[in-house]
Write a protein that binds this ligand. Structure first.
Ligand code: F6P
Length: 402
């Protein structure tokens, strides 16, 4: 019989709870009975308002320190009981920031091996977004956003003052929680669950992604590239049809580029779903055509024939003078996708991109020869729905407008 404790480690807003849930869901899908024991949930239910003030987290504050240790002990007992009554993996979700706390976990829960999983989030954009999201926690319901943010930053500073990275612990994994990457490990080879845990941490599953191209613009009608045009009447109609089609889905996030046509396409959907989060990423801005921005394809053929010849010879690798190629685009698109998937944390998401961007996004999921990427059909009245998990592989194109 094998059982395992998994203890999360990391400063607040580093993606610990998101990763803990991903681990639980992934292990449960494998038939491994897994449960999360979250110290924050116990603290909120036992202490409520008493634990909101940053000073509660001050290591010099004896009351706060005792209360947090008591909560930790309570969850240790619950986790032990749960493993001994049929569970397989108990996940202790807390900061577990100090070496002393971790030593106490290892000592008190010595009946089964303990694997520490340390979460790092060094992407400043994502870290900032995660910190700002904490403002929505129920404990901050009676505070202004600014006051809640200030409060939470002070709490983080107290944790920073006691934080030490994993090192002496017996078994551990250090992960970049925003990039599904393992940064270091002391493997727990004796546990049959270790390979599954590693696999879940590095895998790039997408529960439900709706990949949309912006609606028609005047530039599209004319055959003009780039720029920042607005939608035509037909484009706005496509955006409304898109909203009608996507509303029944449980969408949590809509990511756009920073271009007007992408915002305008997302607008009706956002208006119908006011609770949905949205963020604009420059990573999803259309292929930059440099000196050719705003020109007609026919003008380019006439005035800059070397561009047309270059693209015809190698459309994937050719970069516009002063601009980008599909090949150079890939890196930023990948970064945008990584960020979007991290923020959505497994919930259904929409990306409203552009022709070249969506070609690259699609081929991150579907393997295809580089030379074929710039010729993939990306209509303005159909979206791609992608769902790729261990159990389910869905890749469908759905029509919604004229
Ligand atoms: O034509 C619309 C557009 O989004 C342009 O802004 C962009 O340069 C182009 O598509 C990318 O497609 P292609 O590489 O086939 O020209």
């Amino acid at each position: 019989m094998h059982k395992l404790y998994v203890a999360m480690v990391g400063l607040p807003a580093r993606g610990k709870s998101t990763l803990a849930r991903r681990l639980r869901d992934g292990l449960v899908r494998e038939g491994i009975k897994t449960q999360i024991f979250n110290n924050g949930d116990v603290r909120r239910s036992l202490l409520g308002a008493e634990s909101i003030e940053p000073d509660f987290y001050n290591p010099q504050n004896a009351f706060g320190r005792e209360a947090r240790e008591m909560i930790c002990r309570r969850n240790m007992e619950l986790a032990r009981e749960w493993l001994n009554s049929g569970g397989d993996v108990a996940i202790l979700d807390a900061t577990n920031a100090s070496a002393a706390r971790r030593a106490s976990l290892e000592q008190n829960l010595s009946d089964w091996p303990m694997l520490f999983v340390e979460c790092l989030n060094e992407d400043t954009l994502l870290l900032d977004a995660c910190i700002r999201r904490k403002v929505d926690l129920p404990e901050y319901a009676n505070m202004s956003d600014e006051a809640a943010l200030e409060n939470f930053l002070k709490r983080i500073a107290y944790y920073e003052s006691i934080y030490s990275p994993l090192d002496r612990e017996k078994f551990w994994l250090r992960v970049d929680s925003t990039a599904n990457r393992i940064l270091g490990e002391k493997p727990c080879e004796s546990s049959p669950y270790y390979p599954a845990i590693r696999e879940i941490l590095v895998n790039y599953w997408v529960e439900s992604l709706f990949l949309v191209r912006h609606g028609q613009t005047e530039f599209n009608v004319q055959g003009r590239i780039g720029g920042d045009p607005m939608l035509t009447a037909k484009g706005r109609e496509q955006a409304r049809a898109l909203a009608g089609c996507l509303v029944p889905n449980n969408i949590a996030w809509v990511f756009t580029s920073t271009r007007l046509r992408s915002h305008e396409t997302a607008a009706p959907l956002l208006a119908e779903k006011p609770g949905v989060h949205t963020m604009a990423f420059t990573e999803f801005d259309e292929l930059w055509a440099g000196d050719c921005e705003g020109m007609l394809y026919s003008e380019i053929r006439e005035k800059m024939p070397e561009v047309t010849t270059g693209r015809n010879a190698d459309k994937y690798g050719y970069a516009y003078p002063g601009g980008e190629s599909y090949a150079t685009l890939r890196k930023r698109v990948q970064q945008g996708l990584r960020r979007a998937l991290f923020l959505a944390a497994g919930a259904p998401l929409v990306i409203v991109g552009h022709q070249a961007i969506n070609r690259v996004l699609l081929t991150i999921f579907l393997r295809c020869r580089n030379e074929d990427v710039p010729y993939i059909h990306i209509p303005q009245n159909q979206y791609y729905h992608i769902s790729l998990t261990a159990q389910r592989k869905v890749f469908e194109r759905v029509a919604y407008g004229a």
